[in-house]
Structures are given as structure tokens and as C-alpha cells.
Design a protein around this ligand. Structure first.
Ligand SMILES: [Zn+2]
Ligand SMILES: [Zn+2]
Length: 370
């Protein structure tokens, strides 16, 4: 057994307790694994959610699941192509094992290996195995991940932007374009304009939706939604958004994406539908939340569909998203910021909690200019 390396990480010791930056042990990659030196990690609403509630994770744990960096070690007999030391990569939170029933049927976004609470021993603190949120734990300087879950990032796309593709962008864009199957000419409502919702707006735009209505109480986020493709915006403070959506679209939308979290927003997404419409529920909620809908309304050919990871296959979809970035059709930078360091990681969580930031980001290592 080799020695591994030491690294600094933000360790969560209990629900709502400030994260502590501590020196942890990171083991060397085993067969089929790589170790990644993290450049940047976005703070996603689900990091905030599990940190506050403790639901789905066992403390102590290292959060962060939206990270990009450089491969700094590869395990023995690695079969993945182009996984050399120094390769710039984004980490996907599906291990994409290739062997489970979901992976075998082309659905790696529900791979059996996905867990919110891995305790694989690759990260440890004074001999205690640390929980690894979403198999990633991007709030550590170095992490060990399956080679199948890292996707090369093309030259020209900064790692600080690419990291968002690892969760928020794939989740939101895919909720609209993959799970929701947005089509040209359709009307789309997006509830919630955080990183996932704004990415759903962009997914709907790229898919050719004619009308994209963004709903959020925060005026700054609505302005950003307009910039990224929303044709109309609604603030719940100005009246019932469901009634407003029906008025705007002659009787309801074709597709509604819920990116708020919670039964109330999911119900609103469903109620916003026209006959034949699809509601896609993508926001993370408490374990106890239940959705109630009138059964009769389903007979109008309406559906509710859950979405995880935007039904994405990282190896298929991330390169496509990178390509859209290169053409300017997908814009990540307007959603990002402000930036923090590992030492100010608690301020990053506070910025997200307050709504000041759409996507705060921890920069571990500024990337050299190309
Ligand atoms: Zn996330
Ligand atoms: Zn699998």
C-alpha cells in the first residue's frame, strides 16, 4: 500500500456547523481510479441542503460535487483513454460503472454506484474515514475518483467554468433538453433561477423553445434569466405565477421545469401545464415532502417526471455542452461568482444561502493563462 498524499479539505462535522479546513490524507488511486488536483469547485444548492439538514450524509464528511482540475495520479492498469497526468478534467458524480443494470441500459445518471455518502476510505482525517458527498468531495485539494467519472475538458474552456458542468449545468440543461425533451416552438416555464434553473432556461433556448418564462422572487436573478434566454419573467410577489403563465401562454405551458425544491414548487409546475404538458421535478427536497395532484388532471395527458443529473450521460453530454460553450450558445460565466478560497468556504455557503450569489465558487488554484 502506497503512502498517498496530504491535502487540505473543508470538513463538515455536523449539520449547520461551520466547515473546518483541516489537513486530510488522500490515498493513491487504485485500479480503475485517478486522483485529481482540484482547481475549482462550485457550491451547489444541494451542498447547502445536506450541510444544513444532514439528510443523506454521515458526518464528518467533505462536501462539494461540482469540481474540475488536473489528473495528478493514475491507478494501475487504467483502461480509460487519454487519462494522463496533467489532463484537465471535470468530475461527474455518477461513477458510470458500466456494469450495473442502469449503465448497461445507457442510463448512467441512475448508476447503482451513485451515493450521497460514500465512505470508501480514500479521504481520512486522523484515521477516521470521511464521508464523500456524491462520490466527489470537491472541497478538498485532492480527491480519488473512478476514471469513468472524469471527462476531459477542452483547451480554451477555463476549469473554473467547466466545473459547473459537473452538476448544475448538466442537471438544469438536461432537465429541459433531455428529461423534458424540449422541442422547437414549445412554451417552457422554469421555476427557480439558481444555477440549475438558469441552465434549464439555456437548455430550453438551445432546444428551440419559442417562449421561456422564468419564475423567481429575486429581481437580479430574473434579469440574468432574461440575459440567458428567458422571453418573459415572473416574480411570485407580483401575483400567482400559475395564473400568469396560463394567461401568457393561452392555457398553460408545454413543459415546466421545477428547480426550487419542495412540493409547493412541484405542484405549481404541474398546475402550469397545458393539456399534454410535462412537468419535470429537478429540485432537491426534504425526505418527508410529498406531492399531491388531482388524478383526474392526469387524464388530460399531463405528466410529472423526476429528473436526476438532467438524465445526462457525462461522456455523451459534457463534450456537447463544452461545444455549446465554445460557440457561445451556452454561457456559464454569467452564472458564476463571487469567488472564494478554501479558507473562506463558509462565506461561500453564506453567500448561496442569502441568495446574493447564484453560484459561488471556491478557487483552489488559479489556472495559468493559456
Ligand atoms: Zn449539485
Ligand atoms: Zn453503473
Amino acid at each position: 500500500m502506497s503512502a498517498g498524499v496530504r491535502a487540505r479539505a473543508a470538513v463538515a462535522h455536523g449539520p449547520g456547523e461551520p466547515l473546518r479546513v483541516e489537513e486530510v490524507s488522500v490515498r493513491d488511486p487504485g485500479p480503475g481510479e485517478v486522483r485529481v488536483r482540484i482547481a475549482a469547485c462550485g457550491i451547489c444548492a444541494s451542498d447547502l441542503h445536506v450541510w444544513r439538514t444532514g439528510e443523506g450524509i454521515g458526518f464528518p464528511a467533505v462536501l462539494g460535487h461540482e469540481a474540475a482540475g488536473w489528473i495528478d495520479a493514475v491507478g494501475p492498469a487504467l483502461a480509460e483513454p487519454a487519462m494522463d497526468v496533467g489532463q484537465r478534467v471535470v468530475i461527474a458524480w455518477t461513477p458510470r460503472c458500466g456494469r450495473c443494470r442502469a449503465c448497461r441500459s445507457g442510463r448512467p445518471h441512475v448508476c447503482a454506484g451513485i451515493t450521497t455518502d460514500a465512505h470508501d476510505g480514500s479521504l481520512s482525517l486522523r484515521g477516521v474515514r470521511l464521508g464523500r458527498y456524491m462520490n466527489v468531495s470537491g472541497l478538498a485539494e485532492r480527491v480519488v475518483v473512478p476514471a469513468g467519472s472524469v471527462v476531459p475538458v477542452p483547451d480554451g474552456l477555463p476549469l473554473g467554468s467547466a466545473c459547473l458542468v459537473g452538476c448544475g449545468v448538466a442537471t438544469g440543461f438536461g432537465a429541459a433538453a433531455n428529461t423534458g425533451g424540449a422541442r422547437w416552438g414549445e412554451s417552457v416555464a422554469v421555476f427557480g433561477c439558481g444555477g440549475v434553473g438558469l441552465s434549464a432556461v439555456q437548455g430550453a433556448r438551445v432546444a428551440g423553445a419559442a417562449r421561456i418564462v422564468a419564475i423567481d422572487p429575486n429581481p437580479a436573478r430574473l434579469a440574468l434569466a432574461r440575459r440567458l434566454g428567458a422571453t418573459d419573467v415572473l416574480s411570485p410577489g407580483d401575483g400567482d405565477p400559475v395564473a400568469a403563465l396560463h394567461a401568457l401562454t393561452e392555457g398553460g405551458v408545454d413543459l415546466a421545469v421545477e428547480a426550487v425544491g419542495g412540493a409547493a414548487a412541484a405542484r405549481q409546475a404541474f398546475d402550469a401545464l397545458a393539456p399534454g404538458g410535462r412537468a419535470i421535478v429537478a429540485g432537491l427536497t426534504r425526505f418527508t415532502e410529498e406531492l399531491r395532484i388531482p388524478v383526474l388532471s392526469l387524464l388530460l395527458d399531463k405528466s410529472v417526471h423526476g429528473s436526476i443529473y438532467g438524465s445526462s450521460d457525462p461522456w455523451r453530454d459534457f463534450p456537447r455542452l463544452f461545444d455549446l460553450c465554445a460557440r457561445g450558445a451556452l454561457q456559464i460565466e454569467p452564472m458564476v461568482g463571487p469567488d472564494f478560497t478554501l479558507d473562506t468556504v463558509n462565506d461561500a455557503f453564506a453567500a448561496l444561502a442569502s441568495g446574493r450569489a447564484v453560484r459561488p465558487r471556491v478557487i483552489f488554484e488559479p489556472e495559468p493563462e493559456p
